[in-house]
Design a binder for this molecule. Structure first.
Ligand code: ACM
Length: 623
């Protein structure tokens, strides 16, 4: 809980009276631990004080200029659920919230001061004012309350990285414009600034392209979807399908609506149009772009498909036409061209590709992908855009201005930075949020998922700046991206379950320099966010209780004592010693529990959050 709501009332009264009487300067008010504010991501410098400023029912915001007025209009939306109405004013002295423009050390930085004069956010840019507003929002109660008091603070903040991204795959499963906007809100709330929109893949093409209507008539749909986890079947002959057509796409009008929504929140969208791999849905509509005659169909299973587009003249024209429309729709600097997982089976068999290799003097077929990419890059450059692709693009040779997204660990990113390319780190090891969150493989208490194990702590521990890079090379690391692939993520609820709370850790990796991060400090701050996630009806994964691992068990003579802790404020912990699944009716944990050593009892414990939702069980066999 933010400190204010836990201060005893008499003390509050005393503070309020003394302020009215003498209006002491901030320096005379006692400082309190900044930790108690529960801010995520942690600002660069925070001072918090044992006093509060009360926001009235009707709030006036002083905002001069387009950016300040834009942020004021967002604040109006953000404050409405707290029961506050907001009016803009040009009377600076009368405003409770002042949005001011002044130089800051970092373009996205801001200063936030709350004292007896009210709330003052100062920044050089709209983005900075917006981040200051997001910090302010985290200082307010999560829901409407009679009195909204803001703790006195002095905050000076700026991000560690300029690229703070999160990707959403809308191809394997399609997500509505409404959810895409909600996803953008998630990013904005935690000061991420780049929405990587994975728009095309084998299982569906999701963006309307006027010149190629069959992309939305044919490529946007598949005849059915695989049932269950593909990795658990031995061969495709065992696969089962749901016999239900599946698909969807965004019209250009919808794309424009999402772009405007993101822009207003200082989020840049990086559209991803996959080439030459992950493109069988294109071949379903335009088989003439394949090396081998079709027919093809939009894929109904997951993985890497050998049927990729042929690097022919018509294919290059096709992607140039597509990108001509994409680059007009998206105002951002970057266009992602995929480039990952493009097996060369079909290219090796193709006379047309042999011809290209002979003409260009290539002996390695991988170089053909580089040749293809360079033509695409020239086209993007002619449109004033920059190319970014997955780390496989390094293998074919890339132009000096291409940016590399390192997903197969950091190796590609390190190599690229050494070669002088800009890099965004998105390694599977730390930032694939579609990976599992349960230490038990195939836990029956988790939704169907792709597998892997990426606990919160591992996300948090990530340092995007590899030690082996020199200071100069590190400058090429633009930042990080968290990836949400959706083979098994069929609904918004499931996407939220995989995203939260790990996205909070990823946001802190993006915003806070590694040297200033501390997991033990993060956990209680993260804990304070759950009530905010509840207020936004976000289906986060309730973390299991901590303390049920062999390291936490304390031996006292013939007893083993376990001490449990929940990361969710106000939650109950319930446990069992008989292997049953704990629920509301089983033992309430109130103090450390002793069990006989060697009893082979299974201790199982769940967190029951204040919203009634339960965590998966944590468990430990006491040997
Ligand atoms: C990827 O995960 N194939 C980039």
């Amino acid at each position: 809980m933010p400190f204010k709501r836990s201060l005893p009332t008499p003390l509050l009264k005393l503070l309020a009276v003394s302020f009215l009487a003498v209006q002491p300067a901030l320096a005379q008010v006692a400082e309190i631990p900044a930790q108690s504010l529960g801010l995520v991501p942690l600002p660069r410098e925070v001072k918090a004080y044992a006093a509060t400023y009360s926001l009235p029912q009707k709030i006036s915001i002083y905002a001069a200029g387009k950016d300040a007025q834009n942020v004021a209009s967002l604040l109006k939306e953000m404050l409405a659920p707290l029961g506050k109405t907001v009016a803009l004013t040009t009377n600076r002295a009368a405003a409770q919230i002042k949005l001011l423009t002044a130089p800051t050390p970092s373009p996205e930085g801001y200063r936030l001061v709350v004292d007896k004069g009210g709330v003052q956010i100062t920044a050089a840019s709209g983005a900075g004012l917006f981040y200051g507003s997001q910090t302010l929002l985290q200082l307010l109660p999560p829901r409407a309350t009679a009195a909204v008091r803001v703790p006195y603070v002095r905050i000076s903040d700026e991000p560690a990285f300029q690229w703070r991204g999160a990707m959403l795959d809308v191809c394997r499963h399609f997500f509505s414009v409404e959810f895409v906007k909600k996803y953008i809100d998630f990013l904005a709330a935690y000061k991420l600034n780049t929405f990587h929109w994975h728009l095309t893949d084998d299982q569906g093409w999701r963006i309307e392209i006027k010149k190629y209507p069959k992309l939305t008539q044919v490529s946007a749909f598949r005849k059915q979807t695989l049932i269950g986890a593909q990795q658990l079947f031995k061969t495709p002959a065992d696969f089962k399908y749901d016999a239900t057509p599946y698909g969807g796409f965004y019209t250009q009008a919808q794309i424009k609506e999402v772009v405007a929504y993101a822009q207003k929140r200082y989020i840049t969208i990086v559209p991803e149009i996959e080439m030459p791999g992950h493109s069988v849905s294109v071949l379903a509509a335009y088989p003439e772009l394949a090396c081998k005659p079709g027919p093809y169909e939009t894929w109904t299973m997951w993985g890497v498909n050998e049927d990729i587009v042929c690097p022919s003249e018509p294919t290059i024209r096709f992607f140039e036409d597509v990108l001509a429309e994409v680059t007009t729709l998206f105002p951002g600097k970057y266009v992602h061209i995929g480039g990952d997982e493009a097996p060369k089976t079909r290219w090796k068999e193709s006379a047309a590709v042999q011809e290209i290799m002979k003409r260009e003097g290539f002996t390695d077929v991988e170089k053909v992908q580089g040749w293809f990419n360079r033509q695409i890059e020239d086209f993007l450059t002619s449109k004033g855009k920059k190319l970014i692709g997955w780390d496989e693009i390094l293998e074919g040779g890339i132009g000096p201005s291409a940016t590399v997204m390192s997903w197969r660990g950091e190796k590609g990113g390190i190599e690229a930075a050494k070669l002088g390319h800009d890099v965004v780190m998105t390694p599977t090891t730390n930032l694939y949020l579609d990976y599992g969150q349960n230490p038990q493989p195939h836990s029956p208490y988790e939704p169907l998922m792709i597998g892997g194990y990426l606990p919160l702590a591992k996300v948090y521990s990530y340092n995007p700046l590899p030690a082996e890079l020199t200071a100069e090379q590190k400058k090429h690391i633009l930042g990080v991206g968290a990836n949400m692939w959706t083979e098994y993520i069929t609904t918004p609820e499931k996407a939220e379950y995989m995203l939260f709370p790990r996205m909070l850790a990823a946001a802190e990796v993006a915003w806070v320099p590694a040297a200033r991060r501390n997991y033990a400090d993060f956990l209680p701050r993260m804990g304070q966010q759950f009530a905010r996630l509840d207020a936004h009806k976000i289906n986060y994964r309730v973390p299991e209780p901590l303390g049920l691992d062999s390291l936490s068990l304390v031996r006292q003579g013939s007893k083993a004592v376990f001490t449990l802790r929940s990361l969710v404020p106000g939650a109950q912990i319930r446990y069992t010693l008989d292997g049953q699944l704990p629920d509301e009716t089983t033992e309430l944990y109130t103090k450390p529990v002793a069990v006989p050593v060697g009893s082979r009892l299974t201790v199982r414990a769940v967190t029951i959050a204040p919203n009634g939702r339960k965590s998966p069980p944590a468990e430990l066999l006491v040997r």
